[in-house]
Design a binder for this molecule. Structure first.
Ligand code: ADP
Length: 467
């Protein structure tokens, strides 16, 4: 059952449900129809018998002597007058006049009731005769000299069956016809509704196998659930493609950055091995190799940081702490390192409690201060401030350095982006990764970043954290 397609399961379920419904409905229909028809048959029988009872009178034979009309029957000493309204056969009902010895005096009866003790059909009752069922109703005549006479009405049950046969034969044709119509309609709708799923799964297959990341699901316009699902998938594929391309770019940039120091190390070591003869020449080569390996080591540690950050981002445990004290002591240490080369000032509101990770926050502030130092001149001011509003905590690092051109300001957060690589030498550990690290760390802290900068005047980076 599990191997069956959803389409088939739906059709199977509908077919079985429809079949049960049709059979149950037909059975109920037949039962109700039979009951209603039997009732109307019996009512007809009673009405005709009662009407015929009024058409028989007892009278003295002299009155109508020599006359053939009205119809008369000899009964005892006198005669019975039977009106010409008396119906012997009407609407399937046979009516007869019988005496108490069960003798048929007048009229018709399709059955012979042999046992006279059966004169009990004062309410309608069934009688079996030659394998067929008949409804019988008898009413005694009352009036002058009419005692011992009965009017008996008989109607075969098959009168109902004729009608039921018509209903059944109508049902036999109509119900399967409508059932087939419903099934075919259901099948077509299911087929049409499920066809986009194939398109979705084909596209997902191609993307999953990495054959074509640009592929999107195209199932036309529509607003049903499947179109919404396709739109959600397409959105997810967009993000996957973007993130895949970013990863690709990252790997290619990283290998590009590593290629230069490796080439330099290779060239200098080969040169030293082949041509260096004095201690001086060996020292020169080793110095170059040392600088390049430092640069590589710095790049590798930054790449490692990114890799670790990506893996642990969702599990980083942010803890409450006094951010004011933390930023203050961090700036104090930095000031010592700067050794008067820049004028690092702090404006820190006391007692700001925040949810943060110490090591990530230290990396974030460190990167912003490093940049402020890197892109400003000797002796200029750098200001670190920490303030809070009712809902946010704002950490800002402002410098009076070279600033960023407005057309590039959006790009500074991209990995390996450097506005002007010639301004940095890779030996200083600048690879265009500092701000993208700041961005990742801010996201982990559920914060936002803002930057204001003007060329030649300086920049202000703001990290806005929720309280
Ligand atoms: P890196 O500083 O290693 O080049 P970053 O990711 O830290 O990489 O910065 C990306 C780019 O943004 C830098 O190359 C620089 O052009 C610009 N930038 C960052 N901070 C500043 C700043 N304080 N002043 C001017 N430009 C800056």
């Amino acid at each position: 059952m599990r191997k069956l397609s959803i389409k088939f399961k739906i059709m199977l379920w509908f077919s079985v449900a429809l079949l049960i419904l049709v059979v149950a409905e037909s059975a109920i229909n037949l039962l109700v129809s039979r009951h209603v028809l039997d009732q109307s048959l019996m009512e007809r029988l009673v009405t005709i018998v009662n009407t015929n009872c009024d058409d028989i009178e007892y009278f003295n034979s002299d009155l109508y002597a020599g006359s053939s009309n009205p119809l008369t029957i000899k009964y005892g000493e006198a005669e019975l007058k039977i009106d010409d309204d008396f119906c012997q056969y009407y609407e399937g009902v046979c009516t007869a006049l019988v005496d108490s010895n069960n003798n048929l005096l007048y009229g018709e009866s399709p059955i012979a009731i042999e046992d006279s003790s059966q004169f009990t059909f004062t309410s309608v009752g069934p009688v079996k005769y030659h394998g067929e069922t008949y409804f019988v109703y008898e009413r005694p005549l009352s009036g002058d000299m009419l005692d011992g006479l009965w009017i008996r009405g008989v109607i075969p049950e098959k009168e109902t069956t004729y009608l039921l046969d018509d209903i059944v034969s109508l049902e036999v044709w109509l119900i399967p016809f409508f059932a087939i119509l419903v099934l075919v309609g259901g099948y077509l709708i299911t087929l049409r509704s499920f066809s986009p799923i194939k398109a979705i799964s084909d596209a997902a297959d191609q993307i999953a196998s990495g054959k074509d990341l640009t592929k999107r699901i195209d199932i036309g316009d529509g607003k049903d659930e499947l179109h919404k699902l396709a739109a959600t998938f397409n959105g997810m594929f967009d993000r996957l493609e973007k993130s895949f391309n970013m990863q690709k770019q990252f790997v290619s940039d990283a290998s590009h950055e590593l290629r230069t120091p490796i080439a330099v190390i290779k060239a200098h070591s080969e040169y030293a091995l082949e041509f260096a003869s004095t201690e001086e020449e060996y020292k020169d080569a080793l110095n170059v190799i040392n600088r390049q390996s430092n640069s590589m080591s710095s790049l590798l540690s930054q790449l490692l940081f990114f890799a670790t950050l990506e893996q642990t981002a969702s599990t980083v445990e942010l803890k409450h702490g006094d951010l004011s004290d933390f930023v203050q002591s961090l700036c104090y240490d930095r000031k010592l390192l700067l050794d008067g080369s820049r004028n690092l000032k702090t404006t820190i509101e006391k007692g700001i409690d925040a949810l943060y990770d110490e090591s990530l926050m230290s990396r974030l502030i460190g990167n912003l201060i490093d940049n402020a130092v890197k892109y400003s001149s000797h002796g200029s001011d750098i200001e670190v401030s920490l303030t809070q509003t009712a809902e946010t905590i704002i950490l800002s690092v402002t410098d009076k350095g070279i600033g960023i051109s407005p057309e590039n300001i959006e790009k500074i957060w991209q990995r390996f982006y450097q506005e002007d690589p010639s301004r940095n030498d890779s030996e200083s550990g600048s690879f265009g990764l500092g701000l993208s690290m700041v961005k990742e760390i801010t996201l982990i802290h559920n914060g936002n970043l803002e930057v204001e900068s003007s060329l030649g005047e300086g920049s202000c980076f703001k990290v806005i954290l929720p309280k």
